[in-house]
Ligand binder design. Structure first.
Ligand SMILES: Cc1cc2nc3c(=O)[nH]c(=O)nc-3n(C[C@H](O)[C@H](O)[C@H](O)COP(=O)(O)OP(=O)(O)OC[C@H]3O[C@@H](n4cnc5c(N)ncnc54)[C@H](O)[C@@H]3O)c2cc1C
Length: 547
């Protein structure tokens, strides 16, 4: 087998791999970069990676094909585009994390330096995640009478187009003549490191016919997404030889987010002053505010970081009486159209997989005509026909009552893990919610309720009796689309898999650029921070090339 030589070899062409490859190749036109992508140019309904994943608990974890996409652009082919920044508290040691927060706030400060570049790639405007810093914001509150305290209302999520990295950056890759893009190739075996710690090469295998090639590279970046970067490391224990063996934390501490709805909020003030929808910032980007909690409030009460936003009532339950919602629900459950409207994980979050009460939904539609049809038609146009899509659908409620959607951090738990089975191929994913995860969701709602009452702004109305809340949360929460923790950063090689520069402990030239490197999950969807880390890694590799 002949060996081809590159300065940088990137395995995986999702957002992380594409950002690293493009940033690096642009800065060093004389360098040679290989970008290796498992997915072939022609999409395939099945693939050998997803077919060899076993989900131990599919009640709380989506099926493999719902969690990632293969091909140029990776999972950005179906991501929603919600860009959220991690918070200070996510980098702080806290008793509730049982000593498992293995990164520190200096890393957040550093990542923030690269956030503007990440925002460019994601086309989400800029890196301002505070409504008060966004031009044109009129200073209004989320609801009439709300006052900031332990609960805040000015942190925003920003929305990408959503940018599909494959089609969006294919031209850029083609124009960078120093990048060789290899689609339909799977990164597999790595040689053991030299005595200095450098892994000389990685073998790639063509998925179509099993042909192999060996790529020698000064640096190798594993950007194959969290589960595949983890699987690659688990399948290559020899690269940990200098370190004295495979890190105990590799594959462990798998986290996603606990999410769902257990309550509505009824505001007391003027319903027209409730800020339930989107703002557009000065670049025309959609941004939306949410309830969050101050670092002090979370610390004092031992709570996990949580965001709670205003939402519509459950679509499948016709008691909402909205013709527009019933129409959209029926469209989502319709056999062929439904699949085209949203990826399965997103569709499930709307329909909850239920096909129910069809006559009542039809009744809602008939009673609400003509708006039952006009509202969905206008939403359809803004969501599917414009280049910058309306990111979601939030409807005004004259009763000033809104469902609350929570999105909460999980405790890093060693029992939640990805492990390679003895066949050396199958990746088994064990994922569950801990008691602390569930308890924190309940207590953050209590904190929100208490604060809204204290402000005289409103109160929460629970959907379940108190004693049923833990079971309800366990039954409704399902993740697997945000994958965090399995190759975590730590300053001490005994505690993690990569160092603060994302370099695998025990090697000097293998890096993991994936949200799997994040030791905590926070409340944030991870891809925006991952983008900042990808720009930072390219910068680090560029500096290393100069020395
Ligand atoms: C339905 C859905 C909605 C989402 N919405 C959001 C959202 O709104 N906000 C957010 O922040 N995140 C969201 N996410 C998560 C987001 O898509 C991921 O965090 C992001 O795509 C991760 O980027 P990545 O480059 O690390 O991995 P990926 O995008 O998964 O790309 C990895 C690439 O590596 C390739 N690969 C894998 N193994 C190998 C190998 N051995 N050799 C070569 N190539 C390999 C894969 O084919 C893939 O193309 C969503 C995910 C899903 C499924």
């Amino acid at each position: 087998m002949s060996t081809e030589t590159f300065d940088l070899c990137v395995i995986g062409a999702g957002p992380a791999g594409m950002i690293v490859a493009i940033e690096y190749a642009r800065a060093h036109p004389a360098s040679r970069v290989a970008l290796v992508e498992f997915g072939a140019d022609a999409p395939s309904p099945r693939n050998a990676l997803d077919d060899t994943i076993q989900i131990a608990n599919s009640a709380n974890h989506h099926e493999p094909y719902e969690c990632t996409n293969k091909g140029l652009g990776g999972t950005s082919a179906s991501w929603g585009g919600r860009c959220v920044m991690y918070d200070e508290i996510d980098f702080l040691p806290r008793p509730i994390l049982r000593g498992e927060c293995t990164w520190g706030p200096s890393l957040l400060a550093e990542a923030k330096r690269y956030a503007p570049r990440a925002a460019d790639y994601f086309e989400c405007g800029d890196d301002k995640f505070d409504l008060t810093k966004i031009a044109g914001f009129d200073g209004g509150r989320i609801a009439d009478g709300f006052k900031p305290g332990p609960v805040t209302d000015t942190t925003v999520e920003r929305w990408s187009r959503p940018t599909r990295f494959g089609p969006r950056y294919r031209g850029e890759l083609d124009s960078l003549t120093n990048i060789t893009v290899l689609t339909g190739w799977r990164g597999s075996g790595m040689e053991p490191p030299s005595s200095e710690g450098a892994v000389p090469s990685i073998t790639i295998r063509r998925t179509a016919d099993g042909t192999t090639r060996q790529l020698a590279a000064r640096n190798i970046v594993l950007a194959a997404g969290a589960q595949e970067s983890t699987r690659l490391l688990l399948a290559n224990p020899q690269i940990f030889r200098q370190r004295g063996g495979v890190p105990e934390s590799l594959g462990r501490f798998y986290q996603g987010h606990v999410s769902g709805k257990i309550a509505s909020v009824r505001f007391r003030g003027d319903p027209r002053k409730t800020d339930y929808g989107f703002h557009r910032d000065e670049h025309g980007i959609y941004v939306r505010r949410r309830f969050q909690f101050t670092t002090e409030a979370l610390m004092e009460r031992g709570l996990l970081n949580t965001a709670i936003w205003l939402d519509n009532p459950l679509y499948f339950d016709p008691s909402h009486r909205s013709g527009a919602m019933s129409f959209m629900y029926l469209a989502m459950i319709a056999p062929i159209i439904g699949k085209k409207l949203a990826p399965p994980a997103i569709a499930h979050s709307v329909t909850k997989g239920k096909v129910t009460s069809l006559p009542a939904h039809i009744g809602n539609i008939l009673r609400g005509l003509p708006m039952s049809l006009f509202t969905p038609a206008s939403i359809f146009f803004r969501r599917y026909c414009l280049p910058r899509k309306l990111p979601g659908v939030f409807l005004y409620n004259p009763d000033n009552r809104y469902a609350l959607h929570f999105h909460a951090e999980q405790v890093p738990d060693a029992a939640n893990r990805m492990e390679l089975l003895p066949d050396g191929e199958t990746l088994r994913i064990s994922y569950d919610l801990t008691g602390a995860d569930v308890d924190s969701v309940i207590r953050t709602h209590e904190l929100l309720d208490g604060w809204l009452r204290e402000c005289g702004c409103g109160e929460l109305e629970y959907w379940f009796p108190k004693e049923e809340l833990p079971v309800a949360i366990r039954q409704m929460s399902r993740d697997g689309i945000h994958q965090v923790g399995t190759t975590r950063i730590a300053d001490d090689p005994a505690r993690g898999v990569v160092d603060a520069n994302l370099c695998v402990w025990g090697t000097t030239n293998v890096f993991v650029c994936s949200s799997s490197a994040f030791p905590t999950s926070g409340q944030a969807n991870p891809t925006f921070l991952l983008g900042a880390f990808a720009v930072r890694l390219a910068e680090h590799l560029k500096k290393a090339l100069r020395t």
